[in-house]
Unconditional design. Structure first.
Length: 116
């Protein structure tokens, strides 16, 4: 059974930083492309960032480019999202995603709240 567990969410002031972690189990982590999505109150879930299986390729939404960094440690089955220069509009539940053997798996989410 595939499980993705996010951690590291919380409350931060605008301009601050947070690092989200997502630890995976039940899959071959090094064979899965990993990503982060977010869902703000009253809005649809949107793409934030993604990283290839080996970590050599990364992709970002325009809204976070230059402020967020996605990385992974295949030895620890963990993907990270470093979020800097946070803005109130970054407030959302952040979901970890694993794309493995054509199937998408999701974590339960981590709440990030950015106060102005």
């Amino acid at each position: 059974q595939v499980q993705l567990v996010e951690s590291g969410g919380g409350l931060v002031q605008a301009g601050g930083s947070l690092r989200l972690s997502c630890t995976a189990s039940g899959l071959t982590f090094s064979s899965a492309a990993m990503g982060w999505f977010r869902e703000a109150p009253g809005k649809e879930r949107e793409f934030v960032a993604a990283i290839s299986r080996g970590g050599s390729m990364t992709y970002y939404a325009d809204s976070v480019k230059g402020r967020f960094t996605i990385s992974r440690d295949n030895a620890k089955n963990t993907v990270y999202l470093q979020m800097n220069s946070l803005k109130p509009e970054d407030t959302a539940v952040y979901y970890c995603n694993a794309h493995w053997i054509t199937v998408d798996y999701w974590g339960k989410g981590a709440l990030v709240t950015v106060s102005s």
